[in-house]
Design a binder for this molecule. Structure first.
Ligand SMILES: [Zn+2]
Length: 444
């Protein structure tokens, strides 16, 4: 990653090319770093090395062994901002364990849908404190509720998807008729290595779904007609094109741009590499069913060894935020990296945000059990241990300047309601904390 810097300080062995491996180490001051060979890095007083400046592009001939040290965090606490908290106790839910929470943003009420450990869906309106138990629609599915389950709601809150994050099956339900609409099945081939592929997509007044129909196949499906709009078979792909696959081998998490033009996928390639790509979603639906596999609009944003399933969020239609600076899980720094989706180049990045985040007017970040820690609980095998988790407490960042502007130790959100701008923290024993960012109004 270049960060726009042209010159970089290197030890004499990198300058005269007598070493071919290097360590990029951050000095702790802003994003300043130097590069040294492994021998120089072992020196106690590394900064007394005999440094020369070279063009950063010259480093591309050398092998990056690791990233060490930490960049500085820009702190610019905004004393006009604070979180207003409201803690609500619901006695009836004292003994209810909540597995997953989702905000019903389309509703006028402050309504949330919860999945309980008893496989029950309950709806709570936090204004009236009315609890509504939904019919037992989940009972007949192949979803394993003893393992990690994720849910997604369509924009109009009419359809609900429920699936095992590291499993084979899921189901889309129609919440109006309370019926099963379509079963999701991505096959059983190594489902433990990648999170389930699922997104709702608003397309010309229709709600479509994007999901994996096999470990290496991603499709667009109309859940009403159950028709696969991108149906294709590998054997139909012209032979001269099959060598030119740009997409991930194992399909995984997808993120659709707010205007619906782009789709980003955080997939997985053997050996293992996490690969983040984007392609033109309209082109895929309308003109070329192979667009997700070898389409001309596919570009790679990042390849990173042993690293995938990190937070990815859209800032707006052109800018995507990806967690993690570096190209290897061994030395990835807790950072927000901003990509231009048109060029797929890094525009800028900043250090500090934790491994979970939500983007709205600001970047809100916190540390959470990573997807992989959850995955370990599921299958006991696949596990990534991040060495750098970033800011421990719930933090608010200015996306443009990259400055940390506020911290709040009481928030650990299960869900964010984008419409009411409320963070909901499950405090356990039937207690819910609703937190909203407020600004002190200036009285003239
Ligand atoms: Zn050296």
């Amino acid at each position: 990653m270049t960060n726009g810097k042209l010159m970089v300080k290197v030890c004499k062995h990198l300058k005269d090319k007598t070493a071919d491996e290097y360590i990029q180490y951050f000095t702790g001051k802003e994003q300043i770093y130097n590069c040294v060979c492994p021998e120089c890095f072992k020196k106690k007083d590394i900064d007394s090395s005999d440094f020369s400046s070279i063009e950063e592009t010259e480093l591309s001939d050398l092998y990056l062994e690791s990233i060490e040290g930490k960049p500085g965090i820009k702190i610019d606490i905004n004393n006009n901002l604070f979180f207003k908290h409201r803690v609500i106790s619901i006695d009836k839910l004292t003994d209810t364990e909540i597995l997953f929470s989702i905000a019903m943003e389309n509703n006028k009420k402050e309504e949330y849908l919860f999945l309980t450990a008893q496989n029950q869906l309950i709806k709570i309106d936090f204004e009236t404190l009315k609890i509504h138990e939904l019919p037992h629609i989940l009972a007949d599915s192949k979803i394993d509720f003893t393992k990690n389950v994720e849910m997604k709601l369509s924009k109009d809150c009419k359809l609900l998807a429920v699936y095992n994050l590291f499993g084979q099956y899921g189901m889309v339900y129609d919440l109006e008729s309370m019926t099963e609409l379509i079963e999701l099945d991505r096959g059983d081939y190594h489902v433990d290595v990648t999170p389930f592929t699922f997104a709702f997509h608003q397309y010309k007044c229709k709600t479509l779904i994007i999901t994996s129909t096999d470990w290496d196949m991603i499709d667009v499906i109309d859940p009403e007609s159950k028709q696969i709009l991108t149906k294709r078979k590998w054997e139909e792909l012209p032979e001269d094109r099959s060598e030119e696959m740009h997409g991930a081998e194992f399909r995984s998490s997808v993120y659709i741009s707010p205007n619906g033009n782009w789709i980003v996928e955080d997939g997985w390639l053997w050996h293992p590499i996490g690969r983040i790509i984007r392609w033109d979603l309209n082109q895929w639906i309308e003109n070329n069913k192979w667009e997700a596999d070898d389409g001309k609009s596919i570009e790679i944003l990042r390849d990173a060894e042993y690293s995938w399933g990190n937070p990815v969020s859209w800032i707006d239609d052109d800018n995507l935020l990806v967690w993690g600076y570096g190209n290897d899980d061994d030395y990835m720094l807790a950072s927000a990296v901003i990509y231009d989706i048109n060029t797929c180049e890094v525009k800028y990045w900043f250090y500090g945000p934790g491994n979970n985040y939500i983007i709205d007017e600001y970047l809100f970040s916190w540390n959470h059990k990573s997807m992989w820690e959850k995955s370990k609980m599921d299958n006991g095998s696949y596990y990534q241990e991040r060495i750098d988790k970033g800011m421990e407490s719930f933090s608010v960042w200015d996306i443009e300047s990259g400055a940390l502007i506020l911290k709040d130790d009481q928030i650990f959100p299960a869900v964010y309601n984008r419409k009411s701008k409320i963070f909901l923290t499950l405090e356990g024993n039937g207690k819910f904390r609703l937190s909203k960012l407020k600004a002190i109004s200036k009285i003239l």
